[in-house]
Design a binder for this molecule. Structure first.
Ligand code: FES
Length: 157
């Protein structure tokens, strides 16, 4: 037999955008935390743009809400307060500085580890702001800290 697999979690939701607040309030707050369909999401307002991402850092569950924002290699990034990983606001890529030993002399550059943090869409209409949770079906590392095991681990840290 092929076991029937139940689709759990966010896929059970209707998938529609969630109202997260008035634009003015979110601008003033700069960082806002919301739980949408059981997912903990951070909404950031920075230099005229809203962003939304999973609120716990994919690396070890750090609270991104308390991170500084810096421009790195032309990309706005939140710097996790725990171990200073840099995560781009637009794509959720983790950026790191490295050198290519084949280069003579090696020059440090920024590289991407790929998308590690789940990013959600922000929609503004008539002064209201909505977040549509990401529908990307492949596993993204920050998913771990949204699940039961990850939440327990974070609570112990
Ligand atoms: Fe974010 Fe380690 S928990 S860098």
């Amino acid at each position: 037999f092929r076991a029937l697999r139940r689709v759990m979690g966010e896929q059970e939701s209707t998938g529609g955008p969630h109202f997260v607040g008035k634009k003015d309030e979110l601008i003033e707050a700069k960082r806002s935390f919301r739980t949408l369909d059981g997912r903990d999401v951070l909404i950031i307002y920075h230099e005229g743009v809203f962003h939304a991402m999973d609120s716990y850092c994919y690396h070890a569950g750090g609270m991104l809400q308390n991170g500084d924002i810096e421009e790195i290699d032309g990309k706005m990034c939140i710097v996790c307060p725990r171990h200073k990983y840099k995560i781009s606001l637009a794509k959720g890529e983790c950026l790191y500085k490295g050198t290519d030993p084949r280069e003579k002399p090696p020059v440090p550059r920024w590289y991407s580890k790929g998308v590690k943090q789940r990013i959600h869409a922000v929609i503004e209409t008539n002064g209201d702001v909505y977040v549509r949770l990401s529908e990307e079906t492949k596993w993204i590392e920050s998913d771990y800290y949204q699940g039961e095991k990850g939440k327990e681990e974070r609570a112990k840290a």
